[in-house]
Design a protein around this ligand. Structure first.
Ligand code: NAD
Length: 346
């Protein structure tokens, strides 16, 4: 069967990672990636052998590549004409302009969490609503935080049939490669209360009642979520049973923090670097086993999110949903993760 042809529009933090994850699969291929102009990021595309296009169709922008050592094959329109689906990894809030271009070209599209749900009217997380996205024209892979919340809350909801959740997102100030954001010596609460992070889960699993607060802290490596979830009466669960559910959930890692001396995000990231994926990525959500406790109907837990990478395999599964390649989300997740492991030889 012919491979699905995937374009990446915006080859930055998320785009370069998604491109590698797609390149690892045997049912899809990268037909090109875009950059606004020649920059160090083009080097990696060239090394990987990905065709390079300009994010714009403007002749001046395309010709800005001419004086560089990078070969630009054309503008966005040229790339779209060769693609079945485009993964939009441009900085947030460009979605409305870009969606029009994709629709004009008759190409399916996947946006990222920097765009609002209202752009596409549909959002995606593999464990929550893969089938709802089956054959869709356009959707949005939810943000890193929403992906993280969904990974642990959806399996709990599926078991209990009801969940009321309050959570606090302790967010990294900036990505490691970003010199423009802060704070660097403050804790900055998000004063729009509740924050958008928790309620965004309801775009993929409306049955979960959830609210959140958020603060940004001076770190670049991960987010931490402090979560309180109220289970229904007669849930029949124990702390141990909940841990067992998560241990059997794809893309969730449960580890004892004190026993493994992995009590902070610094050690979690060091462990991720040991795993051996490029950039030291951790696609899985990390739950501290000894930070989980069920008291009566109320569950308390912490989890850590590698903001640059938990959404990466979700984009691959989302291509399978839109292109009707795989109906079962668990089959898709297994395919995606095994292919990525082979790619990095881990
Ligand atoms: P980024 O700034 O690292 O990369 C964006 C890329 O898009 C850059 O290469 C930029 O040159 C390019 N670009 C600029 N203008 C463009 C245009 N008009 N069309 C296409 N591309 C253009 O941003 P990012 O962190 O990769 O974020 C991309 C999306 O992913 C955003 O919606 C963001 O909210 C979301 N997201 C980011 C993270 C994260 O931690 N970085 C996590 C989850 C989701």
């Amino acid at each position: 069967m012919a491979r699905v042809k995937v374009a990446i529009n915006g080859y930055g933090t998320i785009g370069k990672r998604v491109a590698d994850a797609i390149d690892a699969q045997n049912d899809m291929e990268i037909v090109g990636v875009t950059k606004t102009g020649p920059s160090f990021g083009c080097e990696m595309a060239a090394k990987k052998g990905f065709d390079l296009y300009c994010t714009s169709d403007d002749k001046d922008m395309i010709s800005s590549f001419e004086d560089s050592r990078f070969v630009c094959k054309g503008g966005l329109k040229d790339l779209l004409s060769k693609s079945d689906v485009v993964i939009d990894c441009s900085p947030g809030k460009m979605g409305a302009t870009n969606l029009k271009k994709y629709q004009e070209a008759g190409v399916k599209s996947i946006f990222q969490g920097g765009e609002k749900h209202s752009l596409t009217g549909l959002s995606y997380t593999s464990c929550a609503n893969h089938l709802e996205n089956f054959g869709a024209e356009t959707t949005r892979v939810v943000s890193c935080n929403t992906t993280g919340l969904s990974r642990t809350l959806v399996p709990l909801y599926d078991l209990c049939g009801s969940l009321k959740v309050e959570c606090t997102m302790i967010r990294r100030a900036a990505d490691p490669g970003d010199s423009n954001k802060g704070p660097i010596n403050a804790i900055k609460p998000v004063l729009k209360v509740p924050s958008h992070h928790g309620p965004d889960v309801m775009t993929v699993k409306p049955e979960i009642e959830i609210n959140s607060l958020a603060v940004a802290v001076p770190t670049t490596i991960m987010h931490v979520h402090a979560i309180i979830a109220d289970l229904p009466e007669n849930h029949g669960l124990t702390t141990e049973k909940i841990l067992d559910i998560w241990k059997g959930t794809p893309r969730v890692i449960v580890m004892n923090g004190q026993g493994n001396r992995i009590t902070t995000t610094a050690e979690v990231m060091e462990m991720a670097r040991d795993i051996g994926r490029k950039w030291g990525d951790l696609h899985e959500i990390f739950v501290w086993e000894d930070g989980v406790r069920l008291i009566g109907n109320r569950l308390y837990y912490f989890q850590a999110i590698h903001q640059e990478s938990d959404v990466i395999p979700e984009n691959v599964d989302c291509v399978r949903a839109l292109m009707k390649l795989e109906q079962s989300w668990t089959e898709s997740v297994t395919k995606t993760d095994q292919a990525i492991s082979r790619y990095y030889n881990i």
